[in-house]
Design a protein around this ligand. Sequence first.
Ligand code: NAD
Length: 264
Amino acid sequence: SKGIMDGKRGLIMGVANKQSIAWGIAQACHEQGAEMAFSYQGEALGKRVLPLAESIGCDTVLECDVTNAESIDALFAALEKKWGKLDFVVHAIGFSDKNELRGRYVDTSAENFRMTMDISVYSFTAIAQRAEKMMPDGGSLLTLTYYGAEMVMPHYNVMGIAKAGLEASVKYMAMDLGPKNIRVNALSAGPIKTLAASGIGDFRYILKWNELNSPLRRNVSTADVGKSAMYLLSDLSSGVTGENLHVDAGYHVVGMKAEDAPDI
Ligand code: NAD
């Protein structure tokens, strides 16, 4: 059958397990006919990612720690050798010390601030630098963000500051890479129970709040995110760059939900 990603080759970064947002996107890419390579962080995760990749017919599974420039160079050297060209990259990577994803933002440490920015913000730019060289006919770069960049969310703290930086970097890179027809977009996902999210304080409460207060009155799944990612990764969004697409059951438009108001 004909898929909207037929003939496209891309790199998926950030699969840790079946719950990962990157895995939801990879499954949708597969259904739409894309060919993919995967990168993972560390041997322990590699053992989980390899069988997942193989289950959708992908045998290129490479290690890459984004805090290490040589590691990123080695990943792209391997892709250059395998394919020469690349059509898309999915960056679904973020990290912060979980001890700083609770309590007050104002108490955040300098050391964790720098690490969070390096892994969660700079890595997307570092990857774009390498991807640009492999996209002579244009391409699509996609990163994952969260509403905590735009508004204060409980416990998101330093990650909120990082996502604000990430969203700004999407706009700057959209401008820089636009002349080469390389589009750069973000997808702002609603809360989803993943490994990374388990580090955020009171995450179950945040999930429940979104379920009760979003326009669709539910949470989103990685399959919801995967389907919307097909728009940003495929030619369906050929005129779209620098965008931040909210896949959050509409939560970002809510100022206040109508309830049975108490008598006041
Ligand atoms: P996840 O734990 O499945 O994925 C996070 C990934 O980041 C993991 O695969 C991990 O290995 C990788 N990573 C961390 N440090 C790395 C490093 N130094 N080098 C290479 N990889 C590294 O969790 P997820 O929720 O799927 O997260 C994916 C992205 O989605 C993140 O950017 C996250 O902030 C974002 N996001 C998540 C939610 C949510 O509620 N889960 C909502 C909006 C946005």
